[in-house]
Design a protein around this ligand. Structure first.
Ligand code: AMP
Length: 174
């Protein structure tokens, strides 16, 4: 089965969540399907290739779910990028606009060794604000970004435009 169909068939559109006008992409049916989940994780790892990444950075919260098995299969460590106030040690922080509100995210200052090659992972690329902020945090922390991997890119929101020449790997684009 092709991966796009595998993913699209298992992402549920929830209208007007969390706010009127937003169509929320619910990935829980995909996560609950062992074959689909495995396929997605393998596709991300295969795209970049083992040996190409030193750390995987997952964006809270759904990004963590994907980033953890991806890091495991790369054989590398995981770095959480979290909502403000959740990380216990010294952090860098960045605020940005969301498709539905504003947000501040943080990363530990000692998350990377200088020049480590970092793959950022999240579920959905929408307006690109989250990914842009995450990329700035990774760079601030001394990481060298290999790319951004997402399950789904919402092309009509043109998040890509905010991300400069960042390599964006979207398994599905709608
Ligand atoms: P953005 O910063 O606009 O690119 O939004 C991306 C972040 O918000 C990701 O962490 C997504 O999990 C979440 N997000 C934004 N829009 C949606 C959506 N329509 N469905 C599901 N998650 C979304």
């Amino acid at each position: 089965m092709d991966i796009e169909k595998l993913i699209l068939d298992r992402i549920r559109d929830v209208n007007d969540y969390p706010k009127p006008g937003i169509v929320f992409k619910d990935i829980t049916p995909l996560l609950a399907d062992q074959a689909a989940f495995t396929h997605v994780v393998d596709a991300i790892v295969a795209h970049y290739g083992r040996g190409a990444v030193d750390k995987v950075a997952g964006i809270e919260a759904r990004g963590f779910i994907l980033a953890a098995p991806v890091a495991y299969h790369f054989g590398v460590g995981l770095v959480p990028i979290r909502k403000k106030g959740k990380l216990p040690w010294q952090t860098y922080e960045k605020s940005y606009d969301l498709e539905y509100g504003t947000e501040t995210i943080e990363i530990h200052r000692d998350a990377f060794r200088p020049g480590e090659r970092v793959l950022i992972v999240d579920d959905v690329l929408a307006t690109g604000g989250t990914a842009q902020a995450a990329a700035e945090l990774v760079r601030q922390g001394g990481g060298d970004i290999v790319g951004l991997s997402v399950l789904m890119e919402l092309a009509f929101l043109d998040g890509r435009a905010r991300l400069g020449n960042l390599d964006i790997h979207a398994l599905v684009t709608v």
